[in-house]
Write a protein that binds this ligand. Structure first.
Ligand code: PBG
Length: 324
């Protein structure tokens, strides 16, 4: 046996105060963004079956929910809209009185300090459910889609959105949106780019919530292949060049390595989306009594921060905030 002192890691695990002092990662309410779904109508709050505790709200109920977020100290929400009707070009996405435009105005009128981030995409608004314009042989057309995304972003900005978050994964959309915002006096609206967004099966419950499942094919011609990480770095680099202020990796838990690489490579603010399927898995297991929901959720969210995320979009935001 050596008589030299040896490093004994357990010394610093002996009690909670020691553990607090050496803890490297702190998850806080400051890091959280709560996603919400908004529908037409009055006094509507329909629970999403695969996402217990999450609702499709009409604008009036959304405002009540927004007040609750502010009371809990949650910095912001990201909004997804379900339109009254859908068409091939997703016209309600950029209608002045569209559901998101109404929702943003209503929240900004009553809870002005809550940060309102709007998801910019067409899939909730197109009858085919794809994120872009469909061409002759059913391919998703890139550049014609950009024009519509620009219109959508500008209409969100006019409604009062604080941050614009394009999630469509068309090439060049961050630059096109940045230019249009700048030309129209919205130089100060940041872009939160879904920079590395994967073609993931973890979005399943969201597509029920947002009624946005593709009616044919899948999203693999525009969202990323889950097997690729270097490509994620190229996507992020492009979005930075095009003017993105915050880079998002999505989903989060199956892509912690990507979050880490994006953070270390670019030293920019990084967001991670703890998506619907990640939420649903924990909820389902907890409902069966198989895991402790609160502990598993905190562990998962802490791992996302530890990987390098500065902020997390998560359906657990309210429960984390109320438990703190
Ligand atoms: C819109 C969009 C999606 C999500 C966020 N924005 C769905 C998709 O790309 O199919 C998924 C969010 C979640 O699963 O929680 N394009």
């Amino acid at each position: 046996m050596s008589t030299f002192p040896i490093y004994r890691p357990r010394r610093l695990r002996a009690n909670e105060n020691l553990r607090r002092l050496v803890r490297e990662t702190a998850l806080s309410v400051d890091d959280l963004i709560y996603p919400m779904f908004v529908v037409h109508g009055n006094d509507v709050a329909t629970e999403i079956s695969a996402m217990p505790g999450c609702y499709q709200y009409s604008v009036d109920r959304l405002v009540t929910a927004a007040k609750e977020l502010a009371t809990l100290g949650i910095p912001g929400t990201i909004l997804f809209g379900i339109p009254a009707s859908k068409d091939p070009l997703g016209t309600e996405a950029y209608a002045e009185d569209g559901i998101i435009q109404q929702a943003v105005r209503a929240i900004k009128d009553t809870v002005p300090d809550l940060l309102v981030i709007t998801d910019v995409c067409l899939c909730e608004y197109t009858d085919h459910g794809h994120c872009g314009v469909i061409g002759g042989s059913n391919e998703i057309q890139n550049d014609p889609t950009l024009e519509l995304l620009v219109k959508e972003s500008l209409s969100h900005a006019r409604a009062g959105a604080d941050v614009i978050a394009p999630s469509d994964m068309m090439d060049g959309r961050v630059g096109a949106i940045r230019d249009a915002l700048d030309e129209n006096g919205y130089q100060n609206i940041p872009i939160l780019a879904y920079a590395a967004k994967y073609a993931s099966a973890f979005y399943g419950p969201f597509r029920e919530a947002a009624e946005s499942a593709p009616q044919f094919g899948d999203r693999r011609s525009y969202q990323m292949d889950p097997a690729n990480a270097e490509e994620a770095l190229r996507e992020v680099a492009l979005d930075i060049q095009e003017g993105a202020d915050i880079l998002m990796v999505k989903p989060a838990l199956a892509y912690l390595d990507v979050i880490h690489r994006v953070k270390t490579e670019f030293q920019m603010p990084v967001a991670a989306y703890n998506v619907s399927g990640e939420y649903a898995m924990i909820k389902a297991a907890a409902q069966n009594g198989w895991v402790d929901e609160e502990r598993v959720a905190l562990e998962a969210l802490t791992s996302i921060k530890r990987a390098g995320a500065d902020m997390i979009l998560t359906y657990f935001a309210k429960s984390v905030a109320s438990s703190q």
